[in-house]
Design a protein around this ligand. Structure first.
Ligand SMILES: [Zn+2]
Length: 198
């Protein structure tokens, strides 16, 4: 018998939703009854309300990433950063029709933070979450097979895994991410891993 005692994994997806890729990803997750956490953009949420609604109704967790992900916190004033968080929260609320509780988690774009960003995030009741395993799935040199191999090497029980379903320098990158999960998810489930939201 497989021991499932401690084998939890946390899939997280940043930079979406993407009208093209996120529905494919949600189909795959639904097929395996796997729940994930999506750190979405405010702008993309407003553009894709049906996808936001679908994520929530299918039991996924939504977190805050950024409004449009164009400017690093290193180049923002405290006021600008606070406004970015508020605009993102408002975008998510508008897209979800206000029917769901507000996000509880925040992932900093590029993992970058400052003293004031920690404060602004906490003031809004958000918990800052980075990651344990970065798939590097946005990189031009990555393939589905390499993403899969990298994740296999690096995961451990309890790991927070960072993947991307949205915009990036390589427009078709999410297709590789989804393809890697198509192989990886059934294997890991068979090995006794469970996938949970944060
Ligand atoms: Zn990002």
């Amino acid at each position: 018998m497989t021991d499932t005692g401690d084998k939890r994994l946390f899939l997280t997806f940043d930079d979406g939703p993407s009208a093209l890729y996120t529905p494919q990803l949600l189909d795959l997750l639904a097929f395996h009854d796997v729940k994930a956490t999506f750190f979405v953009l405010g702008e993309a949420s407003i553009q894709n309300p049906r996808i936001i609604e679908r994520m929530l109704s299918e039991g996924h967790e939504l977190g805050v990433h950024a409004y449009d992900h164009r400017k690093s916190v290193w180049r923002m004033s405290r006021e600008e950063f606070g406004r970015d968080l508020d605009d993102t929260l408002a975008g998510i609320a508008a897209a979800s029709g206000g029917e769901y509780p507000p996000p509880r988690f925040y992932r900093p774009p590029w993992g970058r933070t400052r003293a004031f960003s920690h404060d602004e995030v906490a003031m809004r009741g958000l918990t800052l979450v980075k990651w344990d395993v970065m798939a590097q799935d946005w990189q031009a040199s990555m393939s589905a097979r390499r993403i899969e191999a990298r994740l296999r090497r690096r995961i451990f029980p309890g790991a927070v895994i960072c993947l991307h379903d949205g915009r990036g320098r390589v427009p078709q990158a999410p297709a590789r991410t989804i393809e890697s999960l198509r192989h990886l998810l059934p294997d890991l489930l068979w090995e006794g891993y469970r996938f949970e939201t944060l």
